[in-house]
Structure formats: C-alpha cells, structure tokens
Design a protein around this ligand. Sequence first.
Ligand code: RAM
Length: 342
Amino acid sequence: MFNRKIRATAVAGIALTVALVATGCAAGGGDEGGAGGDADYSITFLPKNLGNAYFDTSDAGGAEAIEEFGGTYEEVGPATATPDSQVSFINTAAQQGVGGLVVSANDPDALCDALNEARDNGTKVVTFDSDVNADCRDIFINQADAEGIAKVEVDLIAEQIGGAGQVAILSAAATATNQNAWIDIMTEYIASDYPDIELVEVVYGDDDDQTSFDKTAGLLSTYPELKGIISPTTVGISAAARYLSTSEFKGQVALTGLGTPNQMRDYVLDGTVTAFALWNPGDLGYLAAYAAKALIDGDITGAEGDEFDAGRLGSYTVGANGTVLLGDPFTFNADNIGDFDF
Ligand code: RAM
C-alpha cells in the first residue's frame, strides 16, 4: 500500500526561496471549510535548511496541496541546519500574520518562544519531519513510527555485515529532534537484539554535505575494523556513499540509513550501497499542508481523535500528543530503485 502511494507521487523539485502564489487567489482567497470565505490559506514552509533535496521534495508536496485548496505557498529557510537559524524566519512569518507555518525543527526547544508568539498572533503551527516540544505547536506530522524507522536501519546494517562487528552512526545536527529519537532507539535495539554488533561512535555531519563527507573519512581512519555506517539523514548517507564509492572501502564497509532514491541510485547501481529506507517526503509535505488547512478552517484543534481530509491521501485522524502518522518506512534496493523519481 505504501508502495502504491509512493509511486503515485513523483514530485518535481521547485525553486528554493521563491514565493509561489499557487493559484490566482491572494492570501485569504480560500473558500472552503468552517472559516467560510475568510479563511487565510497563506502557508509558509520552513525546512531545517535549504539546498536539501529531501526538503525540496517535501515542500513541493506542500505546494501541490496548497494549490489544490487555493492558498498561497511560500518557502523560506536558513542555509545551515543550526538550532537558532530558524527563529528569524518564524518571527517574520508571525509579523506577516500568515495563516499557517509548517516547520521541520532543528531543535526541540530553541524555536518554542518564537512559535508560541506566532500562535498568539493567530498563526497555526504544524511541525513535520522533526518536532518541537508538544506545547509549542498545534500538530506534528510524523513520517513514520520512530521505532519502525530505527529498527529498519539496524536490521538492514545487521543483514549487510552478517550480524557482527563495529558500526558507527553519521547523523545530522546534534540537536535534531528526529535523528536523536531514532538514535536512542537504535542504540537500545542493537544492545538488546544484536549482541555481536558494537556501536562505536555517533558523529554529526550537521546535514551539510562537506561536513558529512569529512566525518565519514574520519570514521574510516579512526576505526580500521569498522564494518558498517548507518546514516539516518539523506544528506549524510549521500555524502558517505560518495566518499565510499571512490575509496578502498567500497563494498567492504556497508552503508545504510535514510536516503532519497535520486541521490542514492548511482551508489546502489555501482555496488556501494545495497539497501536503504525512507518514506515519501512529497506525501509528508502534502499531508502537513492539509493539516494546516484543517486547523485554519477550525475543523480540528489537534486534539486526539480529530479527523481531517488530506486530498488524494484520504482521511487522517490525530493520535496521542497531537501527532498524525503518515505511514510506514519503505526499503529501496537495486530491484526497485528504478521505479522512483524523487
Ligand atoms: C534529512 C533531514 C530530515 C530527515 C531526512 C531523513 O534530509 O535531516 O530531517 O528526515 O534526512
């Protein structure tokens, strides 16, 4: 089922930082839902950083949804995925009085004051991909269950290294809510289910291509016995794959984690990488935009049990803690990677 959904969405990347009026309607042009003709469907997407193919795709999914319901889409964001770098963008959106703000957070705490000020100002706040503390947003759109994401990555590396040996993790920013949650679960899962695997270190590439590349080189020189690397970030895994692909470690040191098919295809086809996982980022952004609309319309508040319509994805229900779950992670390998384009 997830496979079908993921195939259905081949979302093209869009120009970064460019405000796009998705329809001829200006902000306030929405005409559906509980807020009647006055609904303000001006919705700003704020990713962890710009220049990341994952967010190009997720935010294009948001733009697609916003176009469907006749709102105004804008994407803004920092160049670097650091904790404070998103605050000024939140302040600006609050001053503009946008109807909705859709954020993937670089830090669970650092954005809270700014987000709550925006909410006091009437802006509905949806986090997606990487959450903030639950009391500073209305809803979190979770890409997949954290346990499922963590376990699929550990199971993949275990399979690829024959269940034994040293592994390391190359993560994103040290403060990233999503990666830190997954790493905690991976660490416990390795300890409980894979006694012959040793997690030697977690390093942070900050979702920066060059830093991630350099950290990969560092791991390989520090741990000559290293058997595998897990990188739970699309930026990290593609930089690590690029490093491995031209090194003596290609095919010797396994690499898995979370990647986009377009960034990983060459490395799967050349034998650097066997299999990795992800969800459909386009669907994630699409769902987040529809959640913002439902909040703006007053159809939902983010309470458990709230139901809303998410266009071509169908109907979704808010779960515990104001969280909506998109679906299951999906594993890509040489047999299926040709079927995807994002
Ligand atoms: C990177 C970002 C994002 C994460 C993906 C898997 O693009 O860190 O937050 O969800 O990887």
